[in-house]
Design a protein around this ligand. Sequence first.
Ligand code: FAD
Length: 526
Amino acid sequence: MNIEKLSEFVSVSAQIKPEDVKNLAELGVEVLVCNRPDQEEAGQIAFAEIEQEAKKYGIESFYLPFTAGNMTSKETSAFANLLTKEQSIHAYCRTGNRSKKLWQAASAASSSDTHGLDASKFDIVIIGAGSGGIATASSLKKRQRHLRIAIIDPSNDHYYQPAWTMVGGGAFDIEQTKRNTLDVIPEDCEWLQYSVVDIQGKNNAVVLSNGTTVYYSHLVVAPGLQLNWGGIEGLEETLGKNGVTSNYRFDLAPYTWELVTTMKKGKAIFTQPAMPIKCAGAPQKAMYLSASEWLRKGKLDDINIQFYNSGAALFGVEAYVPALMEYVKKYKVELCFKQTLFKVDGEKKIAYFKNEKGEVSESQFDFIHVCPPQRAPDFIRESELSDDKGWLVVDAETLQSTQYPNIWGVGDVLNTTNAKTMAAVRKQAPVVAQNIVAALASSSTQVAYNGYGSCPLMVEHGKVVLAEFCYGGELDPTFPAWLNKGTQPTSFAWFLKASILPYVYWHGMLKGKEWLASPKAKAEAK
Ligand code: FAD
């Protein structure tokens, strides 16, 4: 039993067994709370069985069940009431997440810290003030200025993540990738600086981390994805030292470049986890830019490069593989496919991998760039809106929830098969904005997203292979071949990536200027 302590008095866990009750009693638990409806799944232990066992140890038991996404004030106030008694409480559900959400909501309710937001109703509520949330808000405001929009995000900072690989390659200033969230919130939109802990589709409401409920007419879900650093044993404690780095974090991308510039010889490892990840090309971009620098400094002959990839191919769209393979040969990279990093020992400088059969191998390193495993945010995985892998289910073209017609999705959180990129978000945001405006006017005319995504693969300093494709891996280049041949490395694409796209992001996409991204009617989008 894995117990998570939430406060001095409260802990949570996944479903417990009768034999766990003794253990809980020894830990001093006085009250047990079950947040799981009986018979939620086959073979589930009934509450009555746990309750009976608890009685033997003098533990009081409460049955406060609710399904994911359907927590009501009844459960919140009952739990808040228990909290007032300052007794040791252990709550459980299927994974522990529902119990955790109930505790968050109840704690806030009992401290009556509602910040005057209770019963607020907005035309549009947007979860996430990242690329997708801000772009959608701006596109909505551009269409209908009067809309009352709330954007919910706990983060003080907003990031332009696509430049982090360039920072790790010494070609971009990290400070230029960050702005205050407040500065990117569009005019006349309200920013609620909290996390969303629950979506209640049936009530047209979201619950915030302070327990407040916020109501909407339409909801846009854009919380991005979760980097699962803890999914690799030993990684978190060694990141940023011992030659262990990752361009997937703002504070670590500069460390990548520091390591690259100080490395003279030895082994450099680059890893890629199972798909889907945001910017599928980022792990190998880090490798090419590092190798390009070592080649320029004449050190490449003394540096042995390995690329460990959970997948079986260098890149998901075949048309780009030949150009990439040229660089793999040029930099003498050893490709290790179907090998997943599962442990890092920073002090000993050893990385551990498992192949498909579960066989373990290890590799000594002097430098390792890790791309962490990635998954949907907890509150989405736990919600009724997700698929069996945890991603938000939407119609692949209209980006409308298949369950609630007034819920929409944008960005990395989606279960769609496009490349999870900012380039995809640039095209998705206008589609969602347009479809919401149509829905508000009771029009059935919808526009569609064609699955466009782009991955500028920086293969050397000054050259990029600009991969652009849509659903089904079909190539979808923005520029004519005479200007930029997408399957080949070009200086034009480097200029675009390093100088034009950041400007397009801050001054176009985030301001509702839909440059080369006007949404198309469903039939035309295909
Ligand atoms: P994000 O921009 O990540 O925003 C999500 C927001 O939701 C965050 O502000 C977060 O605080 C907030 N949030 C999370 N949980 C909650 C909650 N519970 N309640 C409220 N708010 C919440 N894309 C490209 O197009 N080209 C590239 O070259 C490229 N390179 C990349 C390189 C790297 C190293 C990385 C990390 C990404 C790269 N990307 C690239 C991908 C791109 O940055 C993402 O696809 C894009 O930012 C996704 O936008 P989003 O809005 O879905 O998520």
